[in-house]
Design a protein around this ligand. Structure first.
Ligand SMILES: Cc1cc2nc3c(=O)[nH]c(=O)nc-3n(C[C@H](O)[C@H](O)[C@H](O)COP(=O)(O)O)c2cc1C
Length: 476
């Protein structure tokens, strides 16, 4: 925090899914008094798989022991924990894919998993911790949020959508009241019931004291969206994060008709530049993200009236991040050798948003490696919800087998160039699925500033810590 000034952090370590900004990274940043943020994406899967890998270090089980409804924590433990870990070559136990009517076991797992990640990030210090969700992954919003709030999460950051109805969820859960959230369903009719619901009393075995209502920061890429969030949300929006197109992960598409560069990347123009004066005039605290990970850019952001910056890429490759050590090292070796490359792929993500991909040997960034992958959708986080001709809600992913996608009413053209992000992102963090002889390969993302990581690398050394990043940023 800036002493004597606002109570807001100067540096937000951005949420990075899945599991890249894990509890270790967020804790390391929050311990230093800046805002550490865990990714809330796929935490159900991540907890269940860490438990099946034997929970080295016992951290998951320590956090399960702190869960306020012990019977639920016990059920999760019993369902997934394998003492000593899975036998080699054994696949992970499948969790039913996300749906509007998810079984109770999945909802319980989601509540507990979000609790665990936040609880561990908060352990041993009293500074704030945040959690990041993507609004396009709506199916987990309610149980995930309740779990994070049970652990006392201080900030929720949400991007990839227009979550106007989300602040009301935080207000309801602060008093353990039922909450609802509308699911975006393609083709839905005005009378369709597309509301997701969660009533905490279905899970509680006794009365709990009210929970802290976390601050809500909306991640947006335009002045219009910033204003819409502040004016039209159904509850308080406590601040804005303005993310530009050089940021790692998904990017907002350019305004207007999509134009591609010679390399095949989306071209952003004047209309995509956020007017910071107008933004500051809205009066809400804001942070700038996307290529702001340096002391100079922090100074620039503060001079423009920002409360600070949100940084992803510099933290994604530090020791504490969840990226598998061999993935991190291979990429940092490429960075040191000056051959690291990031491509903003307009097609790879099933979500249809541009997604930045790091070129990495033997990973799914390489066409031949990806083409050798049997096309299958079995995690399903990025599936689109759609209305069937019978009026039911069903789910499809353009990275699933083409015939299956088309049989669900999807257009064959939509499937071209799509990649399975869900499995790739799990492989990135050392949790690859195995199906028969096939093991999932990584698909790594980064901001355009990847090559600037050389400043953290000493000759012959391919690692650095979250503290090194903070020291560098705060040297202004
Ligand atoms: C590996 C990686 C994964 C990311 N995943 C997410 C995510 O799941 N949700 C999100 O809102 N932003 C995500 N981001 C964006 C960061 O939170 C942050 O806004 C961005 O990285 C800032 O720009 P920079 O990369 O230039 O520092 C990701 C970024 C990286 C590098």
């Amino acid at each position: 925090m800036k002493p004597g000034m606002s109570q807001e952090p100067t540096i937000i370590q951005g949420g990075m899914g899945s599991g890249v900004s894990n509890w270790r990274l967020a804790r390391a940043v929050s311990e230093r008094g800046q805002l550490g943020v865990v990714s809330g994406t796929a935490l159900d899967q991540i907890l269940a798989w860490r438990l099946q890998d034997g929970d080295p270090g016992g951290h998951m089980r320590r956090a399960l022991g702190a869960f306020p409804i012990p019977a639920i924590a016990q059920r999760v433990h019993d369902l997934y924990f394998i003492d000593g870990g899975r036998a080699s070559g054994t696949p992970y136990k499948r969790i039913p894919m996300p749906t509007i009517d998810a079984p109770v076991s999945v909802r319980e797992l989601t509540i507990v998993a979000n609790f665990v990640e936040v609880w561990l990030a908060k352990e041993g210090h009293s500074n704030p911790v945040g959690i990041n969700y993507l609004d396009k992954l709506q199916l987990h919003h309610l149980p995930a949020t309740y779990g994070a709030m049970l652990a006392g999460v201080d900030y929720v950051l949400m991007g990839a959508g227009i979550p106007l109805k989300y602040p009301g969820v935080l207000d309801a859960f602060a008093n353990h009241q039922p909450a609802k959230y509308p699911l975006n369903v393609t083709g839905s009719q005005p009378d369709d019931d597309t509301l997701m619901r969660l009533d905490p009393s279905d899970y509680l075995d006794r009365e709990l004291p009210p929970l802290k209502r976390p601050k809500f920061l909306a991640i947006v890429a335009s002045n219009t969206l910033a204003l819409t969030m502040l004016k039209k949300a159904n509850g308080r929006v406590d601040g804005l994060i303005i993310e530009g197109p050089t940021a790692g992960g998904h990017n907002a598409p350019p305004r207007g008709a999509l134009q591609l560069s010679e390399k095949g990347e989306p071209i952003y123009g004047e209309r995509d530049v956020v007017d910071l004066e107008k933004l500051a005039a809205l009066g809400a605290p804001f942070w700038l993200a996307g290529g702001y990970g340096s002391a100079d850019r922090l100074r620039e952001a503060l001079a423009a009236g920002a409360a600070g910056i949100q940084v992803g890429t510099a933290f994604a490759y530090c020791d504490e991040s969840g990226l598998a050590p061999e993935v991190k090292r291979a990429i940092l070796e490429d960075v040191a050798a000056g051959r690291a490359q990031v491509f903003t792929d307009p097609l790879a993500s099933p979500s249809g948003f541009p997604f930045k991909v790091v070129s990495l040997a033997d990973s799914n960034s390489e066409k031949d490696v990806y083409d050798a992958r049997p096309r299958v959708c079995d995690l399903g986080y990025l599936r689109e919800s759609y209305r069937t001709p019978e009026g039911e809600i069903a789910y499809r992913c353009p990275a699933e087998p083409v015939t299956v996608f088309v049989s669900k009413g999807g257009a064959a053209e939509e499937t071209e160039g799509r990649k399975c992000l869900c499995n790739g992102l799990m492989a990135n963090i050392g949790l690859p699925q195995i199906r028969g002889q096939y093991q999932e390969r990584p698909l790594v993302t980064s901001g355009d500033g990847l090559e600037d990581l050389t400043r953290f690398l000493r000759p012959g050394s391919f690692h650095y810590t979250a503290s090194d990043v903070l020291d560098d940023l705060l040297a202004c």
